[in-house]
Ligand binder design. Structure first.
Ligand SMILES: [Ca+2]
Ligand SMILES: [Ca+2]
Ligand SMILES: [Ca+2]
Ligand SMILES: [Zn+2]
Length: 653
């Protein structure tokens, strides 16, 4: 006790002295996160003491991470027109990564902040320059790389394009555990690396190709930033490579000074690169090697695969790497003029010529935006792309080796299920939906205790599409399928299951577009009381809980001969006759009808923006709606806000 007080006193005194004499404002990661999330203009305090002003140019969200691109807005830095600030925001964890470049060098967010040096200068080891400019093993791009020894899939020369016609080079970023621990948030870090390349591509007018992050992973070993990683890493991350089919694989290591270390390594023309985790600036340089680039032009070299330096100390990505450009004679810098020469320094041409080849190294498994797609989409629970899990490690020990708990399943079809679910965990999945429409989302679940609650949402939690309770199924391997209907936007997106309450197992999720109301069978569920369904299980009209196999709780909507009205027929024929809903004798019932009865024709009035919520109004007695009154199903006049008159139509698979 005494000791603690003593230490507090020491620290407090130190801080007071420090803040009073040198720095007046305390910066921290959360403050930087809030600043970039909320403001398009601001300043960054560098650890050199300089305040750097920036203006946000663009914001976009990929894989749940918002990538913010800004330009430095500083009259004192005319050489860095278009110099970039890249920050990536994780809105789930409220964390940030950042990379900026100035005429004084590169800076990045320091996740180990001491609150005074949030933005720290990137200090690469001395070996960097000699490695970059002399020692790295460069070979002509038409020959096998000296440092590339892993298998590369047969090339698809037509390449792989998205629906905008641009080549897509898929990237896996694979961290060692040491590197992941060092960097803090691997999602924001990885997106920052990708953006550092894409920014340089756009700056250089290379618009026919871009990098896409298809996954991040943690594992393998940490021998350091050495060339053996380029080969061994493919073995460490073999399962991720198989699952995600990346065209390029970036290995991120923690620097340890091992013999042969550099800030980064890549085989020229190869499909792997490795960098030290503290140095995002090295990333675009190493990718440039993979694409086929060499370094600065030597006097007796030929070919156009070189970086370009307008003058000493200022160079494009493959030559000095302090300008966010790949060399190109077509790019005219406002201060420095052309950033390349036609016959020797044209990395933009290398990119354009090799984009098809590199995009086609592996056939993509993560769908492109706009990929043709048909539902239903079946997602194995264990094939999540990102997650948050309450317990360290994989409790079940099967299938994957991160935080999610996975075991073998004895459900039909076998495979694996996610288990040991707990409150506030989440799993996310990449889906590509064919249309903005209503979808029925089904979950294959088992629970011995019940009480689970799944929230289906866009990754990050905005918007929330719907929630569904998970019942007690009578055992941890007694499987049942539950479902609900949600409205989803078209296109490539990450959806997430937020586990609001746990204690259930999940085998798979299926997403299927809700068909036309006249196709198939539907359950009619009370929106006010979701446990209540319309049925005729006792041979007459009833309302209440049902079992999934009951035909008596399944209905067919038949278009009547007059447009706009439907007959509603039960799937079951308990008396050998068709059972239709009608009010022919004044009250709601089911039974045989005659074709002319308007009392058996119903208008389906959709409620709000939802395309599965309806009020059901009779044609003959047009002020009569089907509604719940005192727990019973009946028909009659309703008030506009009468919840008992709103019904959910749920298609039966
Ligand atoms: Ca590909
Ligand atoms: Ca766990
Ligand atoms: Ca499964
Ligand atoms: Zn290099």
């Amino acid at each position: 006790m005494f000791l603690n007080k003593f230490l507090n006193l020491i620290i407090l005194s130190f801080c007071l002295i420090y803040s009073a004499t040198s720095i007046s404002q305390v910066y921290n990661l959360n403050q930087e996160y809030v600043k970039f999330r909320n403001n398009d203009q601001g300043s960054i305090l560098l650890n050199t003491g300089r305040d750097l002003y920036y203006t946000v140019e663009s914001r976009k969200v990929r894989n749940g991470i918002e990538t913010v691109k800004a330009t430095i807005d500083d009259p004192g830095m005319p050489l860095f027109i278009n110099a970039s600030v890249i920050v990536t925001l994780d809105h789930i964890k409220q964390e940030i990564s950042g990379f900026i470049e100035t005429s004084d060098g590169h800076y990045r967010i320091n996740p180990r902040t001491d609150n005074y040096t949030v933005w720290e200068k990137i200090e690469t080891p001395d070996v960097l320059d000699s490695i970059y400019f002399a020692s790295e093993q460069d070979v002509p791009p038409n020959k096998a790389s000296l440092v590339e020894s892993g298998h590369i899939a047969d090339l698809i020369n037509v390449g792989e394009k998205d629906n905008s016609g641009r080549y897509v080079i898929d990237v896996l970023i694979a961290f060692s555990q040491e590197a992941a621990d060092d960097v803090g948030n691997i999602q924001t870090e990885a997106e920052m690396y990708i953006e550092s390349v894409n920014t340089a591509l756009l700056n250089s007018n290379i618009i026919s190709v871009y990098l896409r992050l298809v996954g991040v992973s943690v594992g393998g070993q940490n021998p350091g930033v050495v060339t053996s990683v380029l080969r061994d890493g493919k073995e460490w991350f073999k399962d991720d490579i198989e699952r995600l089919a990346p065209d390029l694989i970036g290995f991120i290591q923690r620097w340890n000074g091992a013999p042969g270390s550099a800030a980064g390594w890549a085989g020229v023309g190869g499909d792997t690169h490795v960098i030290g985790v503290r140095w995002p600036g090295a990333y675009r340089h190493e990718v440039g090697h993979n694409i086929g680039g060499i370094h600065c032009k030597e006097a007796d070299d030929s070919g156009y695969h070189y970086g370009f330096s307008p003058r000493q100390g200022l160079g494009t990505t493959q030559c000095g790497n302090n300008m966010a450009y790949y060399s190109s004679p077509l790019v005219i810098h406002p201060v420095e003029g052309a950033l390349g020469t036609t016959h020797s320094q044209d990395m933009a041409r290398v990119w354009r010529e090799n984009a098809a080849k590199h995009s086609g190294r592996r056939i993509h498994k993560v769908p492109f935006p706009g990929d043709d797609n048909t539902t239903p989409i079946l997602l194995q629970a264990e094939d999540y792309i990102e997650y948050s899990d309450a317990t360290p490690g994989n409790t079940g020990g099967e299938y994957r080796n991160d935080g999610v708990d996975i075991e073998q399943t004895s459900d039909t079809g076998g495979g694996y299920n996610v288990g040991w679910t707990a409150k506030d965990e989440w799993l996310s999945y990449s889906v590509n939906l064919p249309a903005t429409a209503s979808y029925i989302v089904s979950y294959r679940v088992a629970s011995e205790v019940g009480g689970g609650l799944i929230q289906f949402e866009n990754q990050g939690g905005i918007p929330i599409y719907g929630t569904i309770d998970v019942p007690n199924t009578g055992g941890w391997q007694n499987w049942t399928t539950i479902n609900h209907i949600v409205d989803l936007p078209a296109g490539q997106q990450n959806i997430a299951l937020a586990i609001r309450e746990g204690n259930f197992n999940l085998n798979w999720i299926q997403i299927d577009k809700v068909g036309d109301i006249t196709e198939g069978h539907f359950r009619i569920q009370s929106q006010m009381d979701p446990a209540s369904f319309v049925h005729i299980e006792q041979g007459h009209l009833g309302l209440g809980p049902i079992l999934s196999g009951w035909w008596s709780a399944q209905w067919v909507f038949e278009q009547s001969e007059d447009n706009g009205f439907y007959r509603i027929k039960n799937r079951w024929s308990p008396n050998g006759n068709d059972e239709y809903l009608h009010v022919e004798y004044g009250t709601l019932e089911t039974g045989e009808i005659s074709s002319g009865w308007q009392s058996a024709q119903w208008a389906l009035e959709s409620v709000g923006d939802s395309s599965w919520l309806y009020r059901i109004r009779n044609r003959w007695n047009s002020n009569h709606y089907i509604t719940i009154d005192d727990g019973e199903i009946t028909s009659g006049p309703i008030t506009p806000d009468q919840d008992g008159a709103i019904w959910t139509f749920i298609p039966v698979n």
